[in-house]
Design a protein around this ligand. Sequence first.
Ligand SMILES: Nc1ncnc2c1ncn2[C@@H]1O[C@H](COP(=O)(O)OP(=O)(O)OP(=O)(O)O)[C@@H](O)[C@H]1O
Length: 234
Amino acid sequence: MSLALSVKTVDLHYGAAQALKGISIDCAPGRITAVLGRNGVGKSSTLRAITGINHVSSGTIAFGEDTLKRTPPYKRARMGIGYVPQGREIFPLLTVRENLETGYAGLARNERNIPAYIFELFPVLKSMLGRRGGDLSGGQQQQLAIGRALVTRPKVLVLDEPTEGIQPSIIKDIGRALQFLRDEKGMTILLVEQFLDFCREVADDIYVMDRGEIMHTGPASDLDRADVRKHLMV
Ligand SMILES: Nc1ncnc2c1ncn2[C@@H]1O[C@H](COP(=O)(O)OP(=O)(O)OP(=O)(O)O)[C@@H](O)[C@H]1O
């Protein structure tokens, strides 16, 4: 089966500092892939390379059959890469509805609507449609950021630490939502995380990163192995 998203031997530099050292990640279609690692190991840089926000120094990123060279972020979004950034980056002065509608930008006119299933996954968004994004709690903002990405009709959904700073009950809702998207919508999901228990619960495949390199690849159950966990100890 062809891969939904494939990162091959990617290097990424910030000036003279090398943040990614030959990393390769394969996301199989309809599965949840998690990249785990401590602070500063290069998780966000990996996602920013995939979304086109940061340029890679070498290596390739393929989305389905297409190799993404200098494809700008808005084109990658249009192609079907939905992005939920770290810190959520919702617009605090826009309403919840307006935040969701920012996802229309790359859509054809007849697709410019908010799919009803988003409100089934996150009912709080429906009840707060007229409220400003900045009035929402951190967990509600995370649900809004996921909803906004879903409005763009992604084939692959990419999430940067979706559990960061979020209360346990909402983490559970987000986990259930990701599993629904995989199982019912056939979506391919790539997330980066530090929270092991969340990944053990929702992920199918894991990659463990340390200092810009992939140290381990395997099924999520490998998170129980001491030789894997040693890369994740603070
Ligand atoms: N814009 C930037 N300019 C220079 N260095 C950067 C920049 N962004 C990240 N770095 C450095 O690159 C390395 C990887 O950072 P990155 O944010 O990708 O890691 P991370 O695993 O996502 O960490 P965190 O969990 O803190 O977000 C770190 O050493 C970081 O300091």
